[in-house]
Design a protein around this ligand. Structure first.
Ligand code: IPE
Ligand code: IPE
Ligand code: MG
Length: 253
């Protein structure tokens, strides 16, 4: 899969609902339509990996009724969408902690993961009970275990080693979108997003559709990524002429 990796912090469900004088969970419910739309659109827009922040480890601080609704929605999403996901070549894979996810949601999630595992067109990653600092600590702990077992020399704990342990060879996000106007990462992909292009959209997640993703990707394509280096030099016409004359002269011996 060599297309873009887009990550999205799907925010603003509660505010979307409040604007309509609806309970917050109705915003989460409406947000599922946005997920479906964006997942369908992603491959057409050159996206091969889509990472969605569905539930943060800090979201446990919310009232149990809201948390319960969110996991109910996750279960329903997996049950209802897995067929279409498979037909469209989407592979669903969750990441984050699994030990606190309610049983029936976890069962549906794992069934959808297994059901879609052959998907080659789009890798759909759902961050569930995820926190980036937790993930980094987890990776550090695993490296420490390898040291303890005598399989890893502590001197070999480098940026690359930690990166591989953390990302399991997945590509880093190219573009990180947050909806609903907030400009923070809320513990999402802190390590992986080191050089991601950030894009903040004022649109509440339940209103976010293909056209919004398209606009974000168009903006991304206009950005210049430097990764700490210098901007690529575009030769002037005169320089190009000189280069080709030199090449010609070299060829002629
Ligand atoms: C994002 O919407 C969904 C989750 C965090 C699960 P919010 O529920 O955070 O919506 P706002 O930010 O309160 O509007
Ligand atoms: C981040 O949004 C988590 C998800 C979108 C799943 P929050 O709404 O929880 O983040 P804060 O509290 O505004 O930082
Ligand atoms: Mg929010």
């Amino acid at each position: 899969m060599s297309g873009l990796h887009v990550a999205i912090i799907m925010d603003g469900n509660g505010r979307w609902a409040r604007r309509r004088r609806l309970p917050r969970w109705r915003g989460h419910l409406a947000g599922v339509d946005s997920v479906r739309d964006v997942v369908r659109a992603a491959p057409d827009l050159g996206v091969s990996t889509l990472t969605l922040y569905a539930f943060s480890s800090d979201n446990w601080k919310r009232p149990p009724t809201e948390v319960g609704r969110l996991f109910w929605l996750l279960r329903e999403y997996c049950r209802r969408e897995q067929r279409e996901l498979r037909e469209n070549g989407c592979r669903l894979k969750a990441f984050g902690r699994r030990d606190r996810i309610p049983k029936s949601a976890l069962a549906a999630l794992e069934e959808a993961e297994a059901f879609t595992r052959e998907g080659q067109t789009l890798l759909l990653r759902l961050a569930i009970d995820y926190g980036s600092r937790w993930a980094i600590a987890q990776a550090a702990r695993e490296l420490a275990q390898q040291v303890k077992a005598g399989k890893l020399d502590p001197d070999r704990i480098s940026v690359d080693a930690l990166h591989t342990q953390l990302t399991q060879h997945l590509p880093e996000p190219d573009l990180l979108i947050r909806t609903a106007g907030e400009q923070r990462l809320s513990d999402f992909l802190l390590w992986e997003a080191a050089y991601a292009e950030l894009y903040f959209s004022p649109t509440f997640w339940p209103d976010f559709r293909r056209s919004h993703l398209e606009a974000a990707i168009a903006e991304f394509r206009r950005r210049e990524r430097r990764f700490g280096g210098l901007a690529p030099v575009v030769p002037t016409a005169a320089a190009r002429e000189l280069l080709s004359a030199t090449a010609e002269a070299l060829r002629a011996g």
